[in-house]
Design a protein around this ligand. Structure first.
Ligand code: PLP
Length: 345
């Protein structure tokens, strides 16, 4: 039998790459998107959930009714819930009360027990979702706290899988890797592997306007003035995750909510790839980088597309939401004019 699996976890990893033919046509390099939405939990976070849980199993930490704890309502929550079902563990997610009801329903549909904690308390308040998760993990014997921002196995998951896949899929011809950085695990682990294979590969992190990561990379200091609210979920941070290996990254590019949103919708309309908001952000990062750096026909660029657009139907794919943000070009279906005037100089 071929292409047949013992359970859903067999589908994690080995995601395909697809050439971008329209959106990046001004760039004289070959550009491929690695579609992490093809993981069974529809995001790159399946890789770290599986890896962290299997490493705990190898260490003998987990027993049949063990508990897996995490603090996210995002992609990692879905992935941890999925892996927990198949492996027979209980999954507890502590989320903030800002989390949309539909997301909580999704997590519960995957069997997770969800604790909703107040968002407007400091991180060290006993009611915060960080503290609740820590307490559950500390009080529950044989539990595992995924703690993706500060877990080196997050990096290792991508060192073991994403990096080698990119190397093999491009037959070692990759010259540039771009990824949005949240925990930093995807880019750091992939970069570590790829730089061991070829230290000349350029590794570019894409950061959010409102995050400290780019500034820290350039100065070694956190600039509080960099911190401001932004809409893109999953990328950027106001603290330094230990899963982000700054020394593996050659350069950061900062992108804003508005251009990333247009770009996400442009990718759907022109490439028929329905990606999440950070797929637009990483593509926007490449286009900004290309405005200042030369590419040639021998360059082969890989962009990580972390998740699927179905999770953003009421956000970046909603004309109403776009209008509420003041993103005035939201109804323009021929984006060429917008991009020419806005930022392709
Ligand atoms: C949608 C999305 N894009 C990008 C990222 C960034 O990936 P990483 O945390 O590996 O840096 C995340 C991570 O949370 C994410 O959920």
């Amino acid at each position: 039998m071929s292409n047949v699996y013992d359970n859903i976890l067999g589908l994690i990893g080995n995601t395909p790459m697809v050439k971008l033919n329209a959106v990046t046509r001004e760039i004289p390099a070959k550009v491929y998107a690695k579609l992490e939405s093809c993981n069974p939990g529809h995001s790159t976070k399946d890789r770290i959930a599986l890896h962290i849980i299997e490493k705990a199993e190898e260490k003998g930490i987990l027993t049949p009714d063990s508990v897996i704890v995490e603090t996210t309502s995002g992609n990692t929550g879905f992935s941890v819930a999925m892996v927990s079902i198949v492996k027979g563990y209980k999954c507890i997610l502590a989320v903030s009360d800002k989390t949309k009801a539909e997301k909580i329903a999704y997590l519960k549909a995957l069997g997770a027990q969800v604790y909703v904690c107040p968002a407007n308390v400091p991180a060290d308040d006993p009611r915060s979702y960080y503290e609740v998760a820590k307490r559950i993990a500390a009080e529950t014997p044989n539990s595992v706290y995924i703690n993706q921002y500060f877990n080196e196995l997050n990096i290792d998951a991508h060192y073991q899988t994403t990096g080698p896949e990119i190397w093999e899929q491009t037959e070692g011809k990759v010259t540039h890797l771009f990824a949005c950085t949240g925990t930093g695990g995807t880019l750091s682990g992939s970069a570590k592997y790829l730089k061991e294979k070829n230290p000349n590969i350029k590794i570019i992190g894409v950061d959010a306007d409102g995050s400290i990561l780019k500034g820290y990379h350039e100065t070694g200091k956190i600039n509080p003035l960099d911190i401001k609210p932004y809409q893109i979920e999953g990328m950027g941070k106001n603290l330094l995750p230990s899963a982000l290996l700054f020394d593996q990254i050659d350069q950061f590019v900062k992108v804003n909510d508005e251009m990333s949103a247009y770009r996400t919708r442009e990718i759907a309309l022109k490439e028929a790839i329905m990606g999440g908001y950070t797929c637009g952000a990483v593509t926007q990062g490449l286009i900004q980088y290309a405005a200042a750096n030369n590419f040639g026909p021998d360059d082969l660029v890989v962009l990580i597309f972390p998740d699927h657009g179905s999770r953003y139907i009421t956000k970046v794919y909603s004309d109403e939401w776009m209008a509420q943000q003041g993103f005035v070009n939201n109804c323009v279906h021929n984006y060429d004019e917008v991009f020419k005037t806005e930022y392709i100089k």
